[in-house]
Design a protein around this ligand. Structure first.
Ligand SMILES: [Zn+2]
Ligand SMILES: [Zn+2]
Length: 340
C-alpha cells in the first residue's frame, strides 16, 4: 500500500509533511480524497499553543472539501465518486443533547481536525454520516467556505428573527465577515462592524455593512448607536474579550441579545448588574448542526459576494507551513490549502 502525505503541526514554527500508510475505510466509513482545506482561526490559536481545547501536536483540517473514493462495508455505493464537504463535529449520538438534536454540544464532542487527525492530507477516512454530498451548483472553492460559514449561520439562527433589526458585529476576520453576511441575509436592517484595522473595516463595508468603527476609541459606543440609528437589538461578538463584552452591553438596547461566537481566552469579567437591570440575554454559540450547514450551502450557492474578498491566498499541501505563516498576517481573510 502506498503512503500518503499528512500535515502535522508541532508549533507555528514547526509544520511538516509526514508520510503515513494510506488508510482504508472500515465498516460505516468512507475514504475521502481531499481537494481544498481551509485554515481556521482555531488552527492558528492551536498552532500558537493558545487554544483552550486543542493541544500540540495536531493534524489540522476541519474545513474540508473532497471526493469519496472508497466506501466501507454497509455504506451506500451512491457515495462513491461524490464531491463532499465534511461536517467535522464527532458526536456520541446518545447523550441528552444529542437526543435533542443539539449534537454540536454533545457531552463528549470531538472535532475532526482538532481533537482527531483532520483533512489536511491526501486522503482520510471518516464516518459516512459526516460527509454531505455537493451538487454541481457549488464548486470546490466556494464549498470550502461552507464549514466556516455554518458557525455564523448557527449563531444568526439562534438570535431569532432579525428582520428590521439593528445589529453590531465585533471583528472583521472570517467569522465577523460571515456573521455580517449571514445577518444581512436573514433580513437585518442595518449591520455595523467593529474592528481595529481600517482595511478590515473597509472589507466589511464592501460586504454590506452599513458602517464600521474602531472599538477601542472612547466614543465607540456612541459611534455605533449613531451609525445604527439607535441601540442594537443584537450584538454578535466574534472577539469575546472583556472589552468587547463591555462594549456590547453599552451598545445593546434594553432587552437585547449578546451572541458570543468567538472563543474567549479564559475567564471574562462581565457587568452582570447591567445584564440584570436591562434584561439582556447572553447566548453561547458553538459550531452548528446539519440544518445550519445546509443553510450555509444554500447561501453560498447564491455567491453573495466576490469570492476574492474572502479567499485571499491559496497554497499547495506541500506548502502548508507557508499557508499557516500567511494566515498569521491580519490582512489575510481565508487561506486555503489545495491538494492537486
Ligand atoms: Zn474552523
Ligand atoms: Zn452526545
Amino acid at each position: 500500500m502506498t503512503d500518503i502525505r499528512r500535515i502535522v503541526v508541532n508549533s507555528i514554527d514547526d509544520i511538516r509533511v509526514e508520510e503515513i500508510p494510506a488508510p482504508a475505510p472500515q465498516k460505516g466509513e468512507v475514504l475521502v480524497k481531499s481537494t481544498v482545506v481551509g485554515i481556521c482561526g482555531s488552527d492558528m490559536h492551536a498552532a500558537h499553543g493558545r487554544h483552550p481545547f486543542m493541544s500540540l501536536p495536531f493534524w489540522p483540517g476541519h474545513e474540508v472539501v473532497g471526493v469519496v473514493t472508497e466506501v466501507g462495508e454497509g455504506v451506500s455505493e451512491s457515495l462513491r465518486d461524490q464531491r463532499v464537504v465534511i461536517e467535522p463535529n464527532l458526536a456520541c449520538g446518545h447523550c441528552e443533547q444529542c437526543l435533542q438534536g443539539r449534537y454540536n454540544i454533545c457531552s463528549t464532542l470531538d472535532v475532526f481536525g482538532c481533537q482527531t487527525p483532520g483533512g489536511m492530507t491526501d486522503r482520510f477516512v471518516i464516518a459516512a454520516d459526516r460527509v454531505i454530498p455537493l451538487s454541481d451548483s457549488i464548486d470546490d472553492l466556494w464549498a470550502s467556505l461552507i464549514e466556516p460559514l455554518a458557525t455564523p449561520v448557527h449563531a444568526v439562527r439562534r438570535a431569532g428573527d432579525l428582520s428590521g433589526k439593528r445589529v453590531v458585529v465585533f471583528g472583521a476576520g472570517p467569522i465577523g465577515l460571515f456573521l455580517t453576511v449571514a445577518a444581512l441575509d436573514a433580513g437585518a436592517e442595518r449591520v455595523v462592524v467593529a474592528d481595529l484595522l481600517p482595511s478590515k473595516r473597509a472589507r466589511a463595508e464592501r460586504l454590506g455593512a452599513a458602517g464600521s468603527f474602531d472599538p477601542t476609541l472612547s466614543d465607540a459606543a456612541a459611534t455605533a448607536t449613531e451609525l445604527l440609528g439607535g441601540h442594537a437589538h443584537v450584538v454578535f461578538d466574534g472577539v469575546s474579550r472583556a472589552s468587547t463584552v463591555a462594549l456590547a452591553i453599552d451598545v445593546l438596547a434594553k432587552g437585547g441579545k449578546l451572541m458570543t461566537v468567538g472563543v474567549p481566552a479564559g475567564e471574562t469579567p462581565i457587568r452582570l448588574d447591567l445584564v440584570q437591570d436591562r434584561e439582556l440575554e447572553i447566548f453561547g454559540n458553538l459550531m452548528y448542526v446539519r440544518e445550519d450547514v445546509l443553510h450555509a450551502i444554500d447561501l453560498l450557492e447564491r455567491r453573495p459576494f466576490p469570492i476574492e474578498e474572502i479567499v485571499t491566498a491559496t497554497f499547495s499541501l506541500e506548502d502548508a507551513a507557508k499557508a499557516f505563516a500567511a494566515s498569521d498576517d491580519s490582512e489575510q481573510v481565508k487561506v486555503l490549502v489545495t491538494v492537486p
